[in-house]
Design a protein around this ligand. Structure first.
Ligand SMILES: *[C@@H]1O[C@H](CO)[C@@H](O)[C@H](O)[C@H]1NC(C)=O
Ligand SMILES: *[C@@H]1O[C@H](CO)[C@@H](O)[C@H](O)[C@H]1NC(C)=O
Ligand SMILES: *[C@@H]1O[C@H](CO)[C@@H](O)[C@H](O)[C@H]1NC(C)=O
Ligand SMILES: *[C@@H]1O[C@H](CO)[C@@H](O)[C@H](O)[C@H]1NC(C)=O
Ligand SMILES: [Zn+2]
Length: 410
């Protein structure tokens, strides 16, 4: 060290730092050889065994089953396959292999999305457009879209930042309103789970419908719409650029090489009591404390500041979460015949503590709060189905709007 000047020392430290950061050992279950299982349990023993086997970092749970007879969707890496299958057959657990080449599925999806982007009239026009997305956009494209709408439909659309993400992206809320103060408001967010691509697209589609379809002006006459199309853009971008199955935020965890928190386990209501993990490497890590994530904190602050007017909260997830209200489900089923699980959002059997839905109702006092499972099947639907999912879901939003208007507008 004697020969190092002070300046060299500084460089030395910087280089060590860069090496430390770039090789922080972030491990993702490798896609090569990964298989996709659909698993159905017939007994409680099987169910708890399945649950415990998903603590393995090489076993990724896309959809957990909570009740007997309901299927779970699970990805298993090549290394883990034989052991995983052994356990299943040992305990006589039924399973189907949906695909034995998850890597191929992911590559196909990226290809398909890029083709859809290239063929999109949005891209061809090469100028801003209020048309809905017919491919899964990057976050920057969402930002451009929002900015354009606010400019071109400035009488009814505005947007502002509710905070910044860990990686310094801006979190936006889009407000669709006919003006005036103290109207009841519906808050919708999407994308808290990064890999659920259909959620932000569905939120953007709702904005498109509200803003451009003259038939929908009645929907924001007496009720304001507040829509956050992506609550976890860091994670969302990561699913496009690095790892398709990323779910959490991208924050650094002190004392661990594992990245991120499950933002939907990070809210301060019965935090970490059930359905969440205290292991930073887990997919359902609840964070070091409630609202440790700047993204969840931004939502909290925004909601608390608008507590008096927010009457309904809808948080969009792709499949595998909890259920939507019966009425909305019936409406959702109407145009395209999709079926929904129906039930209450706070079912103790299913409970995962620290979710945004329970917090919005239990703490922030929203009168309605639902996790909305979007249709689309096992994987995110192909780009060609983004619009039809958007249409179905918008029908459900209308039902919530009607309810809120009836209850809170005299
Ligand atoms: C801008 O808004 C007007 C309606 O106010 C609409 O007719 C026009 O098509 C919009 N422009 C674009 C590019 O979408
Ligand atoms: C975010 O911005 C702040 C302030 O500009 C900066 O200190 C911080 O290092 C940035 N974080 C990242 C992850 O870029
Ligand atoms: C508006 O409503 C009319 C009458 O129901 C319908 O014919 C028309 O297609 C609707 N327009 C749009 C853009 O949905
Ligand atoms: C809505 O929720 C608030 C806060 O919990 C409550 O005071 C109010 O009575 C509720 N209104 C209706 C119509 O249910
Ligand atoms: Zn989710």
């Amino acid at each position: 060290m004697k020969s190092l000047t002070k300046m060299n020392m500084v460089y030395f430290i910087i280089i060590i730092f860069i090496i430390a950061v770039s090789s922080n050992g972030e491990h993702h279950p490798p896609l090569k050889g990964m298989q996709y299982f659909s698993i159905t349990c017939k007994t409680q023993e099987q169910l708890s065994l399945l649950k415990s086997s998903t603590n393995n970092p090489n076993v990724l749970t896309l959809k957990l089953s909570h009740i007997l007879g309901e299927s779970a969707d699970i990805l298993v890496t090549a290394d883990e396959l034989s052991q995983f299958k052994n356990i299943l057959s040992l305990h006589k657990i039924d399973y189907n292999i949906i695909t034995d080449d998850v890597e191929h599925l992911v590559h196909q999806e990226f290809l398909q999305n890029n083709i859809a982007r290239m063929q999109s009239s949005r891209t061809k026009l090469n100028k801003p457009s209020a048309e809905p997305f017919d491919y899964y956009p990057r976050y920057q494209e969402m930002e451009e879209y929002i900015t354009f709408l606010a400019k071109n439909y400035s009488k009814i659309v505005s947007f502002h930042s509710i905070g910044t993400t860990f990686q310094n992206r801006t979190l936006y809320v889009i407000k669709v309103s006919s003006g005036g103060n103290n109207k009841p408001q519906i808050l919708i967010d999407a994308g808290i789970h990064a890999r659920e691509w259909i959620a932000p697209s569905t939120a953007l589609y709702a904005i498109h419908q509200l803003v451009t379809n003259q038939n929908n002006t009645y929907l924001y006459k007496n009720v304001d719409w507040l829509i956050i199309p992506s609550l976890n853009p860091d994670g969302y971008e990561y699913t496009h650029s690095n790892y398709r199955f990323w779910r959490k935020t991208r924050s650094i965890n002190e004392g661990s090489t594992c990245i991120g928190t499950d933002a939907n386990r990070n809210f301060d209501l019965k935090w970490m009591t059930v359905g969440a993990s205290s292991n930073p490497c887990s997919e359902t890590y609840g964070g070091p404390k409630p609202f440790s994530e700047v993204e969840t904190l931004a939502l909290k602050n925004y909601v608390m500041a608008n507590k008096k007017t927010i009457k309904a909260y809808l948080t969009l997830h792709s499949y595998g979460q909890r259920s939507i209200a019966e009425k909305a489900a019936a409406a959702l089923a109407a145009p395209f015949g999709t079926r929904y699980t129906i039930g209450s959002s706070t079912n103790v059997l299913y409970a995962a503590a620290g979710g945004s839905d329970d917090w919005l109702m239990g703490v922030a006092g929203a009168n309605l709060s639902y996790t909305v499972e979007l249709p689309g099947g096992r994987f995110d639907p192909p780009p060609s189905r983004i619009e039809s999912v958007g249409i179905e879901t918008f029908e459900a939003f209308k039902i919530f709007q009607a309810y809120i208007e009836k209850k809170f507008v005299n």
